[in-house]
Write a protein that binds this ligand. Structure first.
Ligand code: NVA
Length: 306
């Protein structure tokens, strides 16, 4: 039984095989990996792409999804997380959780006896990173020989992206204001994974330096879910970190733009850039479906060739 709480829960070769499988499923390869199985989705934060893509993806693989909204389960509020994990394990076949503290999903998985998939915590967004890799592979033909820049908050999305780029031997430079860098332990973990695969994972302060020569420029909101009260402070602290045409002049002339959405146009990305011809943002959003189908096909299938 395997969980997917972090990108690092899959080996680099498993990650590339999930992305290859995602590509095949996107092209219409059949799979009934979840036939007769029930996926229980417990979400403590809002969601559009993640809820939609898991619900549709579970159905396309022959399974059934049951969704609990933020006010329904009350992990550690209505009842202990461990009790919820034990009950859900008696009835469901796997769980998809979106919550705040990463430690809560770890506690859940320790008490559960069915696989747990991380659909976003404050620490990581590993399903997003799988879709990011699939999108990068589609746009660039692979993962190496070019630079990816991430400009903005060293948050959950950046953490999973760093681990993912390290696993495929890519080159990633993160540009964040002081105090908003990737956590030290995540940077060290990414560098350690990447060392064996020829990856370079850099953290810099200057956004111009981050995007210099980059073939992909990626950004995310400055205040993530749960940080709404810090919004005005962050707007000041992230001044100069907007991805806009002027910043992109430092990048490769063929640069592609990525964003995990939802976006705040006028803040981390200039108005109109999501719809620019250089944007691959909506391919990236669609790939949430295919990448997670690839993941579930890999993680949950009973097929004997796994
Ligand atoms: N950083 C974002 C990702 C949203 C998909 C958040 O956690 O709010």
């Amino acid at each position: 039984m395997r969980n997917f709480l972090s990108v690092a829960d899959l080996s680099p070769s498993e990650i590339t095989s999930v992305i290859d499988r995602a590509g095949a499923l996107k092209l219409g390869a059949p799979s009934d990996a979840l036939a007769g199985k029930v996926g229980v989705m417990i979400f403590e934060k809002p969601s559009l792409r993640t809820k939609l893509s898991f619900d549709i993806g579970i159905g396309r693989l022959g399974g059934r999804a049951i969704y609990f909204s933020p006010d329904e389960t009350g992990m550690d509020v209505r009842e202990p997380t461990e009790d919820i994990a034990r009950v859900v394990s008696r009835m469901g076949d796997f769980v998809v959780i979106r919550t705040f503290n990463h430690s809560l999903i770890e506690r859940f998985s320790e008490a559960a006896s069915i696989p747990v998939i991380n659909a976003l915590t404050d620490g990581e967004h590993p399903c997003q990173a799988l879709a990011d890799l699939q999108t990068i592979k589609e746009a660039m033909g692979g993962y190496t020989g070019f630079k990816v820049a991430y400009v903005g908050d060293g948050n959950n999305v950046a953490a999973s992206l760093a681990l993912a780029m390290a696993s495929v031997g890519g080159s990633l430079t993160i540009g964040s204001p002081e105090g908003y860098e990737l956590p030290e332990d995540v940077l060290a973990q990414a560098r350690s994974i990447g060392a064996a695969h020829g990856a370079t994972i850099e953290q810099v302060v200057s956004p111009e330096e981050a995007v210099s020569g980059a073939s992909i420029v990626y950004t995310d909101v400055w205040a993530s879910m749960g940080q709404e009260s810090e919004s005005s402070v962050r707007k000041k602290d992230f001044t100069g970190y907007q991805v806009n045409p002027q910043l992109l002049e430092n990048a490769d002339p063929e640069v592609k733009i990525m964003h995990d959405l939802p976006a705040h146009p006028g803040e981390e990305i200039s108005v109109g850039l999501l719809d620019d011809s250089r944007s691959i943002v909506f391919d990236q959003a669609e790939n949430r479906l295919h990448a997670q189908m690839g993941l579930m096909d890999f993680l949950l299938s009973d097929r004997s060739d796994r």
